[in-house]
Write a protein that binds this ligand. Structure first.
Ligand code: PEP
Ligand code: MN
Length: 358
């Protein structure tokens, strides 16, 4: 074969490559249309029966020099790429996604602009037990310029016989202390019917891990004009977590802080496993600020500081931890709450670390 014949054949191959490329892109356009239609109808994108039928048809018609297994492999790759394309397009349409909204969302809690690049701290007792107990923690926070006071009034406890929280009385205590000291209240609400009540007393509605997929609750807090701190479910994937936030934003409320609080794994050295890589993933995939709860993730007082440093280093906007004037007698989470001197030490170290980072 002469050189010019060889060059001619190569030109033909190049030409066919371009035709294949053109056909692949035409195919992709149609696949995207199908994806949109499936989304409208609410059906899943992956359809193994349909994929099997398409492959059978291709293999029936195939009589070329390639092995059938090679053809099958090539087409399976094309199918996979198409599915990914549909998924990418679908992600883009999520309102919480960065694709839909590239700038960071700033959650404004009475002038504290969470998500603005500064680090914020949500501190306070696990549960509100009394006015004096709450005020003692709030005063220690106030001395350090911290304004985001947490405390559980409605407590989702594993056992129905454990302390369930003071309920409305607890919300009233939080509000009174916060008003007195010019602070903001972060507190968990567990049922949709309590959301209206919460509007009067809290500045940030917390949705606890156990309620991350309480869709009625998510829809209700999505319809009110109040920031929400959404905690990751005990066994929720990041995608499920993001979709839970989507329930809130889809009702009009974009004032959402996502909170990684550890997930259930086989590891028992810590109460949960802090999924530290969730922080940059959530920051990359969504435009929402991200908090890390070092108390419930580690369940260990000796790990609060290293976990908080890791969270700040990896880009968390907020650190949450529990503080109690006398943890030994706390009605919940007595093992991992810090007392006030420990809280001060923790803040000294964490703030010095955070300064080094900036
Ligand atoms: C809490 O923060 O008070 C709490 C109960 O945490 P979680 O929902 O993450 O368990
Ligand atoms: Mn707790």
């Amino acid at each position: 074969m002469t050189d010019s014949q060889l060059a001619k054949l190569r030109d033909q191959v190049d030409e066919i490559n371009l035709q294949i490329l053109d056909l692949l892109n035409k195919r992709a356009e149609i696949v995207l249309q199908i994806g949109n239609e499936k989304k409208k109808q609410g059906v899943t994108r992956f359809d193994p029966v349909r994929e099997r039928q398409s492959l059978d048809l291709i293999l029936q018609k195939h009589d070329g020099p390639f092995e059938p297994s090679t053809i099958k492999h090539i087409f399976k790759e094309i199918f996979k790429a198409s599915l990914e394309l549909q998924e990418e397009d679908y992600e883009k349409t999520l309102l919480v996604s960065r694709k839909a909204h590239p700038e960071n969302t700033i959650v404004n809690v009475n002038g504290q602009t969470i998500g603005d690049g500064n680090q914020y701290y949500i501190m306070g007792p696990c549960a509100v037990e009394s006015y004096e107990q709450t005020r003692a923690v709030a005063l220690a926070m106030k001395e350090r310029g911290l304004k985001l006071l947490r405390g559980g009034a409605f407590k989702p406890r594993t056992s129905p016989y454990d302390f369930q929280g003071l309920g409305l009385e607890g919300l009233k205590i939080l509000r009174e202390v916060a008003d007195e000291l010019d602070m903001s209240v972060v507190s968990e609400i567990m049922t949709p019917s309590d959301v209206e009540l919460a509007l009067e007393y809290v500045d940030v509605i917390q949705i606890g891990a156990r309620n991350m997929q309480n869709f009625d609750l998510l829809k209700t807090v999505g319809s009110v004009n109040k920031p929400v701190l959404l905690k990751r479910g005990l066994s929720a994937t990041i995608s499920e977590f993001i979709n839970a936030a989507e329930y809130i934003i889809s009702r009009g409320n974009d004032q959402i802080i996502l909170c990684e609080r550890g997930i259930r794994t086989y590891e028992r050295a810590t109460r949960n496993t802090l999924d530290i890589s969730a922080v940059p993933i959530l920051k990359k995939e969504t435009h929402l600020p991200v908090a890390v709860d070092v108390t419930h993730s580690t369940g260990r007082r000796d790990l609060l500081l290293p976990a908080a440093k890791a969270a700040l280093a990896i880009g968390a906007d907020v650190i949450m931890a529990e503080v109690h004037p006398d943890p030994a007698v706390a009605l919940s989470d007595s093992l991992q709450q810090m007392n006030i001197p420990q809280f001060n030490e923790f803040m000294d170290e964490v703030q010095a670390f955070s300064k080094k980072l900036s």
